[in-house]
Design a protein around this ligand. Structure first.
Ligand code: IMP
Ligand code: MG
Length: 182
């Protein structure tokens, strides 16, 4: 990283914390049975960690698994194909799965993961995304739980990166250069 980094806050730490509690309540209202949370790595790790703890607070008892999927190179452009870098280990047969990701954009990542879990016999696959970029869908998929509507900008923080940086930020924002331009 060269030079100072500037990130403009889009969703603050406080806003995120409040919304995550709300999502947990929405999941509880769906009365999941034998709940398995499947988090899509890497982008959703922070969201998933907070959501799991919020689920505990609303009385849910989820198990957790991780899918490492990749549709992006080291940049901001999707490659169009989704690859499994690491599969989940648990069976999803007859279970309610909450599939958790950071951003729903083209829909390819979540559609791929959802289809796979359905094919493996999940009872229900509920899609949960922290951010939704509307109007960007290239494959039809609807999220059951959405944290925030996201403007059509490349965002970072709270687990999300650009070229592996910025994941540690406790808030979500977009990168601005020193000249004030992305
Ligand atoms: P989709 O398959 O096009 O829906 O892409 C979703 C995935 O692309 C997310 O899981 C993110 O990892 C990544 N992604 C899309 N937009 C952004 C962004 O603005 N910042 C960081 N990652 C993004
Ligand atoms: Mg991702």
């Amino acid at each position: 990283m060269s030079g100072p980094r500037k990130v403009e806050v889009l969703f603050s730490e406080k806003e995120i914390i409040q919304r995550v509690e709300g999502i947990a309540a929405e999941v509880a209202a769906a009365k999941p049975k034998d709940l398995l949370v499947v988090a899509v790595l890497k982008g959703s790790f922070m969201f998933a960690a907070d959501l799991l703890r919020a689920m505990h607070r609303v009385g849910l008892e989820p198990q957790v698994e991780f899918f490492h999927l990749s549709s992006y190179r080291e940049g901001m452009v999707s490659t169009g194909t989704v690859r499994i870098l690491r599969d989940i280990e648990s069976s999803v047969k007859d279970r309610d799965v909450v599939l958790v990701d950071d951003i729903l954009e083209s829909g390819r990542t979540l559609a791929f993961a959802k289809d796979l879990l359905v094919a493996r016999g999940a009872r229900r696959v509920l899609v949960c995304t922290l951010l939704e970029k509307r109007g960007k869908r290239e494959v039809p998929i609807k999220a059951d739980f959405v944290g925030f509507d996201c403007p059509d900008e490349f965002v970072v923080g709270y687990g999300m990166d650009v070229a592996h940086s910025y994941r540690e930020l406790p808030f979500i924002g977009h990168v601005v250069t020193e000249a004030g331009k992305p």
